[in-house]
Design a protein around this ligand. Structure first.
Ligand code: UDP
Ligand code: MG
Length: 139
């Protein structure tokens, strides 16, 4: 299977709880290669642009406020079947519905503050990696 890229973001709740290392270790143990990562503080504009697909949904403003509330860690990941396998690793959006052993089940407090983002399609994986990283940073 060809290598595929997906974007993870360790969200501001993950950083506030000092769980970046623990969550990243789980991601690496699951076989994902880290191409690049950085810590950034998103503005409301950048967070809003990243989640533009959700504009108009009832949770959009809260999501934008949360994602710009503190530093977060975008991570470009590579692996065969990366997009689907990463969604399996993180679990359902709402931690109460997430499978046992998934990152959201283990660490998340709520559907909004759910520790980690994962791209939802191969196409979005590519575009979301490009949203945060230039090709020369992906090594
Ligand atoms: N979200 C929320 N309430 C909802 C649905 C989503 O607060 O009812 C937030 C949550 O942080 C989620 C993000 O918006 O991770 C993006 O929603 P999506 O449905 O794309 O979930 P994901 O792909 O992150 O599982
Ligand atoms: Mg999504």
């Amino acid at each position: 299977m060809p290598a595929e890229r997906t974007l993870a973001i360790l969200k501001p709740d993950c950083v506030r709880k000092n769980l970046q290392g623990e969550v990243l270790a789980r991601i690496q143990k699951a076989g994902f290669k880290v191409l690049s990562l950085k810590t950034v503080r998103l503005t409301k504009e950048t967070a809003g642009a990243f989640y533009a697909v959700h504009k108009g949904r009832p949770f959009y403003d809260e999501l934008v406020n949360f994602m710009s509330s503190g530093p977060c860690v975008p991570i470009a990941l590579e692996k065969a079947n990366a997009v689907a396998d990463f969604r399996t690793l993180i679990g359902a959006t709402d931690p109460r519905e997430a499978a046992e052993g998934t990152i959201r089940k283990l660490y998340a407090d709520s559907k909004g503050e759910n520790i980690v983002h994962g791209s939802d399609s191969v196409e979005n994986g590519k575009s979301e990696v490009a949203f945060f990283f230039s090709e020369s940073e992906l090594v």
